[in-house]
Design a protein around this ligand. Structure first.
Ligand code: ADP
Ligand code: MG
Length: 291
């Protein structure tokens, strides 16, 4: 099962003893793997922390594979994973669930429809909180409660006290420095083991392009790998905004280039998403020198 990652014996052992029993609940929420770690330590550290019930925070730029990483952890632990995205007007109801009116034999009843947090805690599953630094200040106390080592919260809609079942674990992601996000509040950061998720480069990126896109031409793949490292460097030098180096956008460009010329594929997938003319010119020039 874990042969595709060359994980050390002790980590495989940890996975085997912590994997969820096959109990048929939420099977459809066990995610697909496929994350390619730039370094095996990233996987080893995340697996170790989760096996001890610690919360894991994946920190990195957009399109670096944070969501893919979390999905891969769900896959390795055979743990279903509920997920919450903090950027969509997240409020207490979208976390905890809501009350609704139902009818049974013409009798009106109030029923509680559980949300991702209550479902994950009661089901003892993983919970993925994406863009956690975008959460509104009023929802933070709820999230802090979920992350607390006591794993107990009071559902404000039912007054029920929920204590998470064994297996419940939180994986969160932030895009630090990304426009529109605020730095993660210290109390929140304190509750996590932080794992930096950088972009993959070189040979690993080449492999990812080969397995995840339709592009097969070896020399074109090499050029895209070079383009990616040039973009990553320009972003780190502050010449380009972060989105320019997204691996997601690069993979799109690789796919399109199977049918349309690579330069136009880059225009559609990368260049035209950039806000400033100066940045668009910069990437266009890069593409002109390579392709
Ligand atoms: N290291 C990686 N391993 C596997 N896939 C990756 C990696 N980096 C980026 N990707 C691919 O790029 C896309 C964006 O990844 P995603 O996990 O959504 O990024 P993020 O959540 O950091 O914005 C996905 O299609 C993903 O498969
Ligand atoms: Mg994501």
């Amino acid at each position: 099962m874990h042969t595709n990652y060359n994980l050390p014996e002790n980590i495989i052992e940890i996975l085997n003893t912590n994997q969820r029993e096959n109990d048929d609940t939420y099977q459809e929420l066990i995610r697909q793997g496929g994350y390619v770690p730039p370094h095996m330590d990233l996987l080893i550290d995340a697996i170790s922390a989760l096996s001890m019930g610690k919360n894991v925070l994946l920190k990195g730029p957009t399109g670096a594979g944070k969501t893919k990483f979390a999905e891969t952890l769900s896959n390795l632990f055979h743990q279903p994973m509920f997920s919450v995205n903090c950027s969509v007007d997240l409020d207490a109801e979208s976390l905890m669930g809501f009350k609704t009116l139902t009818y049974e034999a013409d009798k009106q009843q109030i029923e509680f429809v559980p949300g991702p947090v209550t479902s994950a805690m009661n089901g003892g599953t993983f919970l993925y909180i994406d863009e956690i630094n975008m959460a509104k200040p009023e929802t933070l106390p709820l999230i802090n409660g979920v992350l607390d080592y006591r794993r107990t919260i009071t559902n404000p809609f039912t007054n029920e006290i929920i204590t998470a079942k064994d297996g419940f674990n939180v994986i969160a992601a932030i895009n630090e420095g990304y426009v529109g996000t605020v730095p993660l509040n210290e109390a929140l950061k304190n509750r996590f083991i932080v794992i930096d998720v950088p972009y993959i480069e070189g040979e690993q990126l080449k492999e990812l392009i080969q397995t995840n896109t339709r592009l097969t031409n070896k020399s074109t793949i090499d050029l895209f790998v070079t383009l990616s490292s040039d973009l990553i460097r320009a972003v780190s030098q502050g010449k380009l905004s972060e989105d320019a180096a997204s691996i997601r956008a690069l993979l799109d460009a690789c796919d399109l280039s199977v049918i349309i010329p690579p330069k136009r594929a880059i225009l559609r997938s990368i260049v035209d998403k950039l806000e400033e003319g100066r940045e668009r010119e910069f990437v266009k020039n890069l593409a002109d020198t390579l392709f």
